[in-house]
Design a protein around this ligand. Structure first.
Ligand code: AR6
Length: 164
C-alpha cells in the first residue's frame, strides 16, 4: 500500500476507482474528471449498471483512460456518523478489491472516497480505507498493489502519517 499526491485520471494502474453516485452517470469531483477523460461511452456503458447502492461497486472498461478498468463505488454521505457511514465506507473498499482477482487486476488506485462532496471527515476516512485494504490484503491479496491517490497535500499527509 502506497500513497501519492496527484490526479487519479493520470494513473496507469490496471484499475482506478471512481467515487461515484448511485446513478453512475457522472457528476463533480473525481467522478466528473473520470467521465470527462473516459469520454461519453463510459456513461452509456454505465446506464444499465445503475442504480448502484451505497457501499457496492460496479466495473467497466477504462474507455479513453490509460487504465484497463474503472471500478465505480458509491460512498456514504456523511450524516454525523450514526448512520452506518463507517461500515459502508469500508464496504466500498472491500467490494472494489473483491473485483480485482476475477478481472486479472494486479494494481489498483483509490481516491479518498466520500471525503469531497459527501463530507466524510478526512482522517477517519483514511483510517477506514487503510484498515479495510490492510485486512483484505492480509486475507486474500498478497500480489495486489494498492495505491491511494490524494488530490491535495493535506489528505496525502494524513495517509502518509497513518502508513508510517
Ligand atoms: N484525482 C484524485 N482525487 C480527486 C480528484 C482527482 N482528479 N478530484 C477530486 N479528488 P468527491 P465524494 C478528491 O467529491 O465525496 C460527485 O459529484 C477530492 O479532493 O469527488 O465521494 C459524485 O458524482 C476528495 O478528497 O467524491 C457524487 O455525487 C475525494 O476525491 C459525489 O460527488 C472525493 O471527493 C461523491 O462524493
Amino acid at each position: 500500500m502506497r500513497v501519492i499526491q496527484g490526479d487519479i485520471t493520470d494513473m496507469n494502474t490496471d484499475a482506478i476507482v471512481n467515487a461515484a453516485n448511485s446513478g453512475l452517470l457522472g457528476g463533480g469531483g473525481v467522478d466528473g474528471a473520470i467521465h470527462r477523460r473516459a469520454g461519453p461511452a463510459l456513461a452509456e456503458y454505465c446506464r444499465p449498471l445503475a442504480p448502484c447502492p451505497t457501499g457496492q461497486a460496479r466495473i467497466t472498461p477504462g474507455f479513453g483512460l490509460a487504465v484497463r478498468w474503472i471500478i465505480h463505488t458509491v460512498g456514504p454521505v456523511w450524516r454525523g456518523g450514526r448512520h452506518d457511514e463507517a461500515a459502508l465506507l469500508a464496504a466500498c473498499y472491500t467490494n472494489c478489491l473483491h473485483l480485482c482477482a476475477p478481472h486479472g487486476i494486479r494494481s489498483i488506485a483509490f481516491p479518498a472516497i466520500s471525503t469531497g462532496a459527501y463530507g466524510f471527515p478526512k482522517r477517519q476516512a483514511a483510517e477506514i480505507a487503510l484498515q479495510a485494504c490492510r485486512s483484505f490484503l492480509a486475507r486474500f491479496g498478497t500480489e495486489l498493489e494498492v495505491l491511494f491517490v490524494c488530490f491535495d497535500r493535506t489528505q496525502h499527509d494524513i495517509y502518509a502519517a497513518l502508513l508510517d
